[in-house]
Design a protein around this ligand. Sequence first.
Ligand code: NAP
Length: 322
Amino acid sequence: MSNQAKYDNPFKATFNGILDLFKKQIPIGKLLDEERLDGKTCLVTGANSGLGYAVTVQFAQRGAHVIMACRSGIPSAGEQAKKESGSTKIEMMSVDLSDLVSIDQLVEQLRNRGISIDICVFNAAVVPSGSFITKSGFDQMFLVNYLATFKLANLLIDQSIIKKNAVSAPRIIFVSSESHRSQQNIDFEHLGIYEEYTMGKVIALYGYYKLLLTTFATELQRRVNQNGVNISVFTLCPGPVNSNIAKAAPKVFMPLLKIIFKLFFKDPKDAAEPVLYLACAKSLQNKASIYLHLMQEKKVDPKASDPDNGKKLWEASERLLL
Ligand SMILES: NC(=O)c1ccc[n+]([C@@H]2O[C@H](COP(=O)([O-])OP(=O)(O)OC[C@H]3O[C@@H](n4cnc5c(N)ncnc54)[C@H](OP(=O)(O)O)[C@@H]3O)[C@@H](O)[C@H]2O)c1
């Protein structure tokens, strides 16, 4: 089956995601207890739920100061994460990634407080029930799952909130998905143009926006690491996670989805393993880039690593944000 066909509807995407869990993996390695994050500041988007929440707790358990950048669950998710991790070095900051102004406000707050981020996990994403036009005129899923991350990552780098220290390169980690392999190519002509769609097209578009995210990640890596490794840019697919990602699915499917998620999808605590590895592994210190699917290193889709696509996407995204 072609990659496009593997991820073009919810049933096939779910089935193929589960199938991947049973395939033989050659893991990149295993994180040791002593590979810790003491003294590091980490920012995690979408940290109030699912994978982002599990990452927050485990970062805090490894000694990090964690900033949970969320649009909901403030302060309850932070309080819960403190309790679960036994750490008090967790705080929450508000950001709605479907609102470009809110992203500016988050960056301003970080800058005003003189915060320097060592590890940034771009994790937030949405799987809606259909198109939804935001204040800025972009579709919500396009904005949250791609353009907001393009904007936030660039602001954090341009304003030196993410910057290289004397010892090691900071790490940017993009939570993508194997479904980034799903689309034929990037449609630069229609990039960011709002079009209505219904549930039937959501999963194909979700994969397409993960292709944009992964293409951005490879282009970012090329741009920031022209003269040595200044920022490690890592990308991953966590595999199927038993999270709230399908909360907008039609109510009639919910009981069945809940059973499938519980039986076959990974607990967020376990699904966090590749994120933890990319954030903490000493062997990855000052490494320019890597893509993990579960714990196995892979090449991203050729469309995502194509420099021409990367350049065109970067320039088109900048134009959308003017
Ligand atoms: N679940 C899977 O099977 C799977 C598979 C492959 C990749 N992934 C990826 O893993 C990542 C984490 O997803 P998850 O499975 O943990 O799902 P989740 O539990 O739904 O978490 C998604 C997070 O994104 C946040 N978010 C959504 N819209 C936002 C907005 N406008 N502004 C700020 N935050 C927003 C959500 O906040 P709210 O709680 O406020 O909605 C939530 O915290 C995503 O990038 C997803 O694409 C998941």
